[in-house]
Design a protein around this ligand. Structure first.
Ligand code: HEM
Length: 151
């Protein structure tokens, strides 16, 4: 599926000047939409975390035209996320929340086309992150599920 590069770049550039606010809104929205993930960030310095997320988004914006080059980095990022307690089913809520935060920051300048473009791009990112972990975004979480008896 080809990404809508123009929509992705135009919309990101719309919110980038307010990047700090964007990531602040993102975490506030995430913790409201998915209270179950709050404990994952219990030991996290959120102000540093906001900066790391912003840096990653800017890197993603620069790499949109050659996403393949970013795949090894995303796979590593995905592997680290297993250690953070992130599960495949969390990726959809994180993606939706990020889009919601961008739409809030952009206000009237946001459009459905931007929402669709980012939903596609973030699902590619989630696939790449999860590709290093043996999971897929839609697969049920393997963690905590007892294995079927083999005898
Ligand atoms: C679009 C997908 C995502 C991106 C781009 C992303 C980006 C990042 C980045 C850049 C870091 C900094 C640490 C590092 O580089 O390893 C991080 C940490 C973290 N992320 Fe994500 N993330 C994503 C999805 C998720 C999901 C689905 C969850 C699950 C709720 C999650 C939870 C966390 C947690 C708990 C940390 C650890 C913070 C710490 O160091 O204490 N992330 N993420």
């Amino acid at each position: 599926m080809a990404l809508n590069l123009n929509a992705l770049e135009t919309s990101f550039d719309l919110v980038a000047p307010r990047g700090e606010e964007l990531v602040e809104i993102f975490y506030a929205r995430l913790f409201t939409a998915a209270p179950a993930v709050v404990p994952l960030f219990a030991g996290t310095d959120l102000s540093k975390q906001r900066t790391k997320l912003l840096v990653t988004l800017v890197l993603l914006r620069k790499s949109l035209r050659d996403l393949d080059a970013l795949v090894p980095t995303l796979r590593e990022l995905g592997r680290r996320h297993v250690g953070y307690g992130a599960r495949p089913e969390h990726y959809a809520v994180v993606g939706d929340t990020l889009i919601g935060a961008m739409a809030e920051v952009a206000g009237d300048a946001w459009s459905d086309e931007y929402t669709r473009a980012w939903a596609e791009a973030l699902s590619v990112v989630a696939e790449a992150m999860l590709s290093g972990t043996g999971s897929s975004p839609t697969a049920p979480a393997a963690v905590g599920v007892p294995s079927p008896a083999t005898t």
